[in-house]
Ligand binder design. Structure first.
Ligand SMILES: [Zn+2]
Ligand SMILES: [Zn+2]
Length: 259
């Protein structure tokens, strides 16, 4: 199945994606034949928000063939364990993705278990509480890269089963609050060594609870826009209609002026 949209794309404004000018993003999306993209740059703090109006202006200037939705990936507050976002005013955003990046209560970004900074039990406790808090917020459209923080911090072959039970609970809340889960390509390239079976189970759990799945590359360079090797691998193990279209998202109702 061809994936003809990409709903998680960063820009040069995030500070760690220097080649991602708005023009380069639009050009690449058109080259890749995508019909719709969402630009979802990082919002980490109230004073470090994605410059959505500037992005919108530049997209309007470039006028790509594909439709462009302007949203943001808003950080979950790493200083707490209740899943609240660092910014709760979503004005100007047509799509809100929640990014669970930091070890709850510690606030740092871990790449591997040695960087977890908490013992396993404590980590699992704050991780669970935070995840369930995030998906209790109906203002969020999509949970970015579910499982990525967990897979960075824990051995999935040891703790995967317990975590999947938490994801079951999270899926029920997500369905109730109409929060989609992302199949995130960057997670695959970073964490594929953790085995496919965990990720397939994760998305099966989502589907069984009635959670929509939405694709995002999480691109930080133009070449990655629309690339979906990991996502396709997962989708091969799921029902043929597992992946939702952006138009199926409740967020669509808010899209007053998609470009
Ligand atoms: Zn993220
Ligand atoms: Zn991202």
């Amino acid at each position: 199945m061809k994936i003809d949209y990409d709903f998680h794309i960063h820009t040069e404004y995030c500070g760690h994606a220097p080649t991602m000018t708005i023009e380069a993003i639009c050009r690449r999306a058109d080259e890749a034949g995508l019909r719709m993209i969402a630009i979802t740059d990082h919002t980490t703090q109230p004073d470090k928000q994605a410059p959505v109006e500037q992005i919108r202006r530049l997209v309007e200037q470039f006028r790509p063939r594909c439709q462009v939705i302007i949203g943001a990936e808003i950080d979950v507050d790493g200083q707490r364990d209740d899943g609240r976002l660092t910014v709760e005013d979503f004005s100007g955003l047509d799509y809100v993705v929640a990014g669970f990046h930091y070890v709850p209560t510690k606030g740092h970004y871990p790449w591997k278990p040695e960087q977890r900074g908490l013992d396993e039990e404590t980590f699992l406790r704050v991780w669970e509480k935070t995840l369930l808090g995030i998906v209790s917020n109906p203002a969020i459209d999509t949970l970015a890269h579910p499982g990525r923080l967990l897979a960075s911090c824990m051995q999935l072959d040891v703790h995967g089963e317990r975590a999947l039970k938490v994801f079951q609970e999270a899926a029920v809340l997500s369905a109730k609050n109409e929060i989609a889960w992302e199949i995130n390509e960057l997670t695959g390239s970073r964490l594929a060594h953790n085995g496919l079976s965990f990720w397939i189970r994760l998305y099966q759990i989502a589907l069984e609870a009635g959670v929509r799945l939405i694709f995002g590359s999480d691109s930080h360079e133009p070449e990655s826009i629309g690339s979906c090797t990991f996502a396709q691998e997962i989708l091969r193990h799921l029902p043929s209609d597992a992946l939702s279209k952006p138009e199926d998202l409740p967020a669509t109702k808010r899209w007053k002026n998609p470009i």
